[in-house]
Design a protein around this ligand. Structure first.
Ligand code: GAR
Length: 197
């Protein structure tokens, strides 16, 4: 069993989907956010999970911000990190503290449309299909060994909000399955290889 910290900057609908799975909820030691107003914080506290804010602006640079996050995660006793809409870039030193034990979910079919505007960028590019990627995190942004991808069609008349809502429906189904496998040890990374079972 792997205890985890969940990092979330936003409304926290993915966190809510994780909390709804008892075997995942029971492994969440801490929810961390860089934003004091993040809905994820209230969701965590409502579920009886410790929640903490670490502001980027309280630190001189990304490196010391990332160290503060990593220290809080280790102090909470978590060995794995699950990014659920965390919109800050983590330092290579952070990634090295949790080797092969950081998962991310991203609202596109990576390597297409990395970054904070994945849904808008897919619409601007005029693609017919976008989707969801769950991957292990390496030193690059929205990059690392892919665990699963699922397509989501772009419909005529979609705007960022309608498309993102359909993408999130997929995220909320897929991420709890993947994180459940990760915390139970049924999913792991060996070097660059994703291992199931
Ligand atoms: C999700 O769509 C997630 O894939 C995305 O942020 C959203 C968070 O929503 N993450 C990224 O864009 C990471 N680059 P939520 O706060 O409702 O879970």
């Amino acid at each position: 069993m792997i205890d985890i910290a969940v990092l979330a900057s936003g409304t926290g609908t993915n966190l809510a989907a994780l909390l709804a799975r008892p075997e995942v909820r029971d492994r969440i030691r801490l929810v961390l956010s860089d934003r004091p107003g993040a809905g994820a914080l209230d969701l965590a506290r409502g579920a009886g999970v410790d929640a903490k804010v670490i502001r980027f602006s309280d630190h001189p640079d990304r490196s010391s911000f990332s160290i503060a996050l990593a220290d809080a995660i280790e102090e909470a006793g978590a060995k794995g990190v699950v990014l659920a809409g965390f919109m800050r870039i983590l330092s290579p030193a952070f990634v090295a503290r949790f080797p092969g034990r950081i998962l991310n979910i991203h609202p596109s079919l990576l390597p297409a449309f990395p970054g904070a505007r994945a849904v808008e960028s897919a619409l601007e590019a005029g693609v017919a299909v976008t989707g969801v990627t769950v991957h292990f995190v390496d030193e690059e942004v929205d990059h690392g060994p892919i665990v699963v991808q699922e397509e989501v069609p772009v419909l005529s008349g979609d705007d960022p909000s309608t498309l993102h809502a359909r993408i999130k429906e997929v995220e909320h189904r897929v991420y709890p399955e993947i994180v459940s496998a990760f915390v139970s040890g049924r999913l792991r990374l060996e070097g660059e290889r994703v291992i199931w079972g």
